[in-house]
Ligand binder design. Structure first.
Ligand SMILES: CCCNC(=O)[C@H](O)[C@@H](O)C(=O)O
Length: 344
C-alpha cells in the first residue's frame, strides 16, 4: 500500500577510541584527529549506508533532494554530525541541475542538533533520573550481575593490572575492549597480554555491560525511563503520519546517534540481540497504508554492510504489525511523564 513516514536511527561510523587506559602504548597523539573522531573508514561506512538507503527507497524518495521530505537530527558530537553529512552524501548525490559547482558532486543538506547539555532524546543513558539510578543499584545487587562479576573476578583483576585501571568492573570494561578494538581495527600492534581469547572474553563482558544499562533487572521500567523516550517520539511521528492527509510530505526522519541509542531503543522494543550495535548499523521503521486503509508498521535492522536489512518483529505481533497493535504493545514502555517517573 501507500508508504509514508520512515523514521531511522543509526550509530555513527568507525571512530578513534574515546580514551586510552593508563598503560596503553597509544595515547591521544597516536590518532590523527585525537580521541572520539570519525575516521575515513567511518565516513565510507556512512556513505555506503546512505547509498544502500537510496537503493532501498528509490521508489519512495524523490530522485532530487526536497527539503520537506527529510529531517535529520544528530547528537552534538563531531562523529555523529560528520556521520550524518557522509550519510547524506550517499543518500542525495546531486543530479546535474542540483550541483552548485560542476566539480563537486555533493550538495549541502541541513543536519539539526541541540547542545549536548540539552540533549534528551538521542544520548543514552538519559540522566539525571534518580529512579533509573535506583534500578541500576538494584541491578548491581541482582544474582545475575553478582555471579557474572564473581565468575570473571580473576580475569578482571588481570585486566586491571595490565591496563593500570584500578576500579575495573563490568560497567567500565567496555572501554578497555573499545580501545583495543579500535587499535586492532586500525592495524596497530596490541600489547602481548591481549590474546585472541582475551579479546573474546573482553567482548563478552562488554556486551554484558550493554545489557546492564537497559536490561537484566526490570527491563520494562528501565525502558520507560530510557529507550521509551525515543520510542515515544517515534510513535508520535508515526501516528501523525497516519492521520495526515495523503499529501503528507515528511518521508524520512533520520537520527544520527550512538550504540547506546540503538541498544536503548531495541531493548525497549524487546528486539535487542544482546550484541552492541555495530558502526553505522541502522534501525528502520516503515509505515504502510494497507489497501483496506489501515496502517501497519514494519521494522528492519541493518547491522551488516553489503547485506539487506533483516526484519525485526516485536513480540506479540507479526512482522507487518498493525499500527494500533504496535501502539498497544509499546504503551507499557513509554513514559507518561518522564520527569515524574524519574522521581524517587
Ligand atoms: C562516554 C563515551 C560514550 N560513547 C560514545 O559517545 C560513543 O559514540 C559510543 O556511544 C559509540 O556509539 O561508539
Amino acid at each position: 500500500g501507500v508508504t509514508r513516514c520512515r523514521p531511522q536511527v543509526y550509530r555513527h561510523g568507525d571512530r578513534s577510541p574515546i580514551k586510552a587506559f593508563p598503560r596503553d602504548p597509544y595515547q591521544e597523539s597516536a590518532w590523527p584527529q585525537g580521541f572520539g573522531q570519525l575516521t575515513q573508514v567511518g565516513m565510507r561506512q556512512q556513505w555506503e549506508l546512505g547509498q544502500a538507503l537510496r537503493r532501498r527507497y528509490r521508489d519512495f524518495l524523490s530522485d532530487t533532494y526536497r527539503r520537506q521530505e527529510i529531517f535529520i537530527r544528530s547528537t552534538d558530537c563531531d562523529r555523529t554530525l560528520m556521520s550524518a553529512e557522509a550519510n547524506l552524501a550517499g543518500l542525495y548525490p546531486p543530479g546535474g541541475q542540483e550541483m552548485f559547482n560542476p566539480n563537486i558532486s555533493w550538495q549541502p543538506i541541513p543536519v539539526h542538533t541541540v547542545p549536548e547539555s540539552d540533549e534528551r532524546l538521542l544520548k543514552f543513558p538519559l540522566t539525571p533520573c534518580p529512579r533509573y539510578e535506583q534500578l541500576q543499584t538494584e541491578t548491581r545487587h541482582s544474582a545475575e550481575y553478582i555471579n557474572k562479576t564473581k565468575e570473571n573476578w580473576q580475569f578482571l583483576e588481570m585486566v586491571a593490572k595490565e591496563t593500570g585501571i584500578r576500579d575495573i568492573s563490568l560497567e567500565s570494561i567496555w572501554s578497555v575492549y573499545d580501545t583495543l578494538f579500535c587499535e586492532q581495527a586500525h592495524k596497530m600492534d596490541l600489547p602481548g597480554w591481549v590474546t585472541p581469547e582475551v579479546m573474546t572474553h573482553l567482548k563478552e563482558l562488554k556486551d554484558f555491560g550493554f545489557e546492564f544499562l537497559f536490561g537484566i533487572h526490570n527491563r520494562v521500567e528501565k525502558a520507560r525511563l530510557q529507550g521509551g523516550v525515543l520510542l515515544d517520539h517515534i510513535r508520535k511521528n508515526l501516528t501523525k503520519a497516519a492521520n495526515a492527509s495523503a499529501h503528507q510530505n515528511l518521508k524520512l526522519l533520520v537520527y544520527s546517534a550512538h550504540d547506546t541509542t540503538l541498544v536503548a531503543l531495541q531493548t525497549a522494543l524487546d528486539v535487542y540481540n544482546k550484541i552492541q550495535a555495530p558502526y553505522a548499523s541502522c534501525h528502520l521503521f516503515e509505515l504502510y497504508q494497507e489497501d483496506d486503509g489501515n496502517f501497519s508498521v514494519e521494522m528492519f535492522y541493518r547491522n551488516e554492510s553489503g547485506k539487506e536489512p533483516f526484519p525485526l518483529t516485536i513480540p506479540g505481533c507479526q512482522h507487518k504489525c498493525p499500527l494500533q497493535r504496535f501502539l498497544e504493545l509499546t504503551d507499557p514502555v513509554v513514559p507518561q511523564d518522564w520527569e515524574q517517573e524519574c522521581k524517587v
